[in-house]
Design a protein around this ligand. Structure first.
Ligand code: PHB
Length: 403
């Protein structure tokens, strides 16, 4: 094996840096317009970059399943072009890896569209690739407000944290919750959630007694929940990225916060539908605000949940909608802008696009390229022996207010 000899290491390093230089030069050429036009007969290649392994694998699993379901239901041809999904696992851990995969997809595979992006740092690292190569970049999961400002080619089909946090702050203030401890994961979306919650809850007359931040990598929730309990608040506001909810809920139970009568509130990430069934009765009673629950009561959602569960054997979560609606946006933009449209024309076609999603009505804000959508306040209840987030209040057409 050449890689096991001492000699091969510098050679390998050289090869990698050379490859980087070639990729960079190729990106420059693409941006300068030195690119062969695509023809209707060429496949429309979509590079879908997702965490399919590692701590955030549930995000990748949900989005890939939803994209495939969309293609199964709507065909693998749009405006006469065959759609080819090229799925890559970035493991969710290193922004440089996501960026490199995006670069390779654009230069070597000649994808016309980049999509996916499970976490904020991964989307932020890739933004310059979208800009340099003029490739539309559909952010299906990452939810820090600033992401769409980082490239004019980014369009988001998920949500933003400030967008979904405001409603729970208002609900809490109106429902006898006076003192709150906030607990967020210490990176972009957590900081957006903390800032929005503190402002909206304080403006509505509430008091945030303590703000706790947990590291993104290898979090140990126990000591933080103990500290929250010791502060004796009426409620604990939680934002953690999807995939982490079960660990938080376990400590909430084990440390006796639930028994002490502390109400858990938060954004819906903590009671993510992918994990909710495995959390057990401790989740019952948790009140969150969010743009999607698998229990959303509409004919479109019933059809979506049935088809998704039939195809995959598990419940769709909110990230799946980022994928499903992202595919819808791509298909409709290609139909509208034409089979040979370039990146600029596709993004123009996406701006202002409106449709009815399984989550409810949805529009891409033409000014920010972020989704405008309803946000619901929901409570976890047992229905037919299983926990679901049941929506009971609606905030209509909420825009990202910025952080
Ligand atoms: C993010 O990294 O932006 C992110 C990931 C998972 C979530 C929310 C936000 O549930």
């Amino acid at each position: 094996m050449p890689t096991s000899t001492g000699l091969s290491r510098p050679l390998r390093g050289h090869t990698v840096s050379l490859r980087r230089r070639i990729l960079k030069a190729a990106l420059g050429a693409l941006a300068a317009g030195v690119v062969l036009p695509s023809f209707a007969a060429d496949p429309l290649k979509i590079g879908l970059i997702l965490p399919l392994t590692g701590p955030f694998a549930s995000t990748g699993k949900q989005i890939e399943a939803a994209c495939r379901l969309y293609m199964k239901q709507n065909g693998d041809t749009v405006a006469g072009r065959k759609v080819e999904l090229i799925v890559k696992d970035d493991t969710g851990l290193a922004p440089e890896t996501t960026k490199r995969i995006a670069q390779e997809l654009v230069v070597n595979e000649k994808v016309q569209i980049l999509a996916g992006f499970g976490l904020t740092p991964l989307a932020l690292a890739t933004a310059p690739i979208a800009t340099e190569s003029k490739t539309p970049m559909i952010v299906m999961a990452a939810a820090t407000s600033i992401i769409t400002t980082k490239s004019p080619y980014i369009v988001r089909t998920g949500f933003t944290l400030p967008q979904v946090t405001g409603p729970i702050a208002e609900w809490a203030a109106k429902n006898k919750i006076k003192n709150v401890v906030t607990l967020v994961t210490d990176y972009g979306p957590g900081l957006d959630a903390e800032k929005t919650f503190v402002k909206r809850f304080t403006d509505a007359g509430g008091k945030v007694v303590e703000s706790l931040r947990v590291p993104l990598r290898n979090p140990d929730y126990g000591p933080f929940l103990q500290r929250a309990k010791d502060a004796r608040p009426d409620a604990l506001f939680v934002f953690v990225p999807s995939g982490e909810g079960t660990a938080v809920m376990k400590e909430f139970n084990d440390r006796g916060l639930k028994a002490a009568g502390i109400q858990m509130i938060g954004t819906g990430d903590v009671v993510d539908d992918d994990l909710l069934e495995s959390m057990g009765p401790v989740a019952v009673g948790v009140v969150t605000s969010f743009h999607y629950s698998a229990a959303h009561d509409s004919p479109e959602n019933k059809a979506y949940v049935d088809a998704f569960m039939k195809a995959n054997g598990f419940r769709p979560n909110f990230h799946s909608l980022g994928g499903y609606d992202g595919m819808h946006l791509i298909y409709e933009a290609v139909k509208k802008a034409g089979a040979n449209a370039d990146g600029d024309k596709l993004v123009e076609a996406m701006k202002g696009m409106k449709w009815v999603s399984p989550r409810g009505p949805m529009m891409i804000d033409p000014a920010t390229r972020d989704p405008i959508q309803n946000v619901y306040v929901r409570k976890v209840e047992m229905v037919n022996g299983k926990p679901w987030s049941i929506e009971f209040e609606k905030f209509e057409n909420v825009k990202d207010p910025g952080a």
